[in-house]
Design a protein around this ligand. Sequence first.
Ligand code: 5CA
Length: 447
Amino acid sequence: MRLSPAVRVSEYFLPTLRNDPAEAEIVSHRLMLRAGMIRQESAGIYSWLPLGFRVLKKIEQIVREEQDRIGAHEILMPTIQSADLWRKSGRYDDYGKEMLRIQDRHERDMLFGPTNEEMITDIFAEHAKSYKDAPLAMYHIQWKFRDEVRPRYGVMRGREFLMKDAYTFDLDAESGRHAYNKQFIAYLRTYARMGLTAIPMAADTGPIGGDLSHEFIILAATGESKVWCDQALLDFDLTNADVDLGDRAAVQGLIDQLTAPYAATDEQHDQDAFESAVPEERRVAEKGIEVGHIFFFGDKYSKPLDAYLDTKDGARVPVQMGSYGVGVSRLAGAIIEASHDEAGIIWPEAVAPFKAALINLRQGDDGCDAVCEDLYTKLQAAGVEAIYDDRDERAGVKFSDMDLIGAPWQIIVGPKGVKAGIVELKRRADGERDELSAEAALAKLSA
Ligand code: 5CA
């Protein structure tokens, strides 16, 4: 999807707020509201305004590229599902009040999907019959609904939220495990591209089921899960996931290496085991945000939903499955939790709504306007996504709004500099400023 390459604030919808909204308890929620990224429609349900939408699409695209890279195929399943398949799997009753149940005009039981194991198993079962149809991996990026008891923290725990859910189908458990491992590696790559260190932790499987499962956790004081791990995991270069995906032993070796140090969430934590496994100076006990969760559950759904494959020697076996979730909308909040300061958001370049904010300090001044217009045109031509603050506002307002929305770079154009033939290039992350010609700033940003 192509986002518009550049916008003028005067023509944009950027409803920034000067003050902290009272309802927001954590920094990412506050900043998303203040930066005009989202608007709450009802508890746990949000509209994504232009700035937020751009970030959501960037996150989605990274997730998509890393799924495609391991050979998963993108599809799109509906949000509304019939209750029939869920009755077959037994989860219609198990899911309880978290599931939003709906009746259509014919009084047929429908539901707003909280996840898609049943539906995709049924899709697979209808068309896949033999060993030749495996292995297969498919995913979609679709809105989910879970009627959470306590939706809170903005998009972090919503009721309606965007999830990438992938599903794998294999002939035997060993191949299924390899499919799980490939997703594991795709997850490390995905989070690393967003500037995040996500720690894999052995986890409970809850309503999804199975006995092999990992959560991917970002450490943050405002996280909802308590986590304990070995500092070694934080020091480990998790971006170092360059392994030949066809080499099962090498892939398993990498996973073993990543899962060997102690790492556990609340449900799995054992303080004695933690203390004996990790020397005191390396013990990390913090809170974390779960940004992904993967499961291998074998034939839990394929048996009741009749997804069987004929093997080469004529046997008939239930297909071995796993499912793999990434909290796409939650990530927008999680990235902000990991990257902000007093003044606002500091977007990692890969997910920034705009790479650069062009700030005209004296709108209406011929010199400033001319330099800005020229830069604005050239930034677009160079493919640098830019937001031009061309409002008739005080410099202070522009500075604070542009710091708030957090583009990685700011080009600041003022009357004095224009006379001297220079602009200021400011890096949002550390405030470092450079004085240089407009051409040099442009060259730096388009590099
Ligand atoms: N079917 C499996 C994997 S596809 C599944 O649904 N897993 S899950 O329940 O763990 O959800 C996957 C991810 O979605 C979570 O790791 C989390 O990042 C995100 N998520 C879950 N519930 C919410 C919620 N209420 N608000 C925002 N994100 C959520």
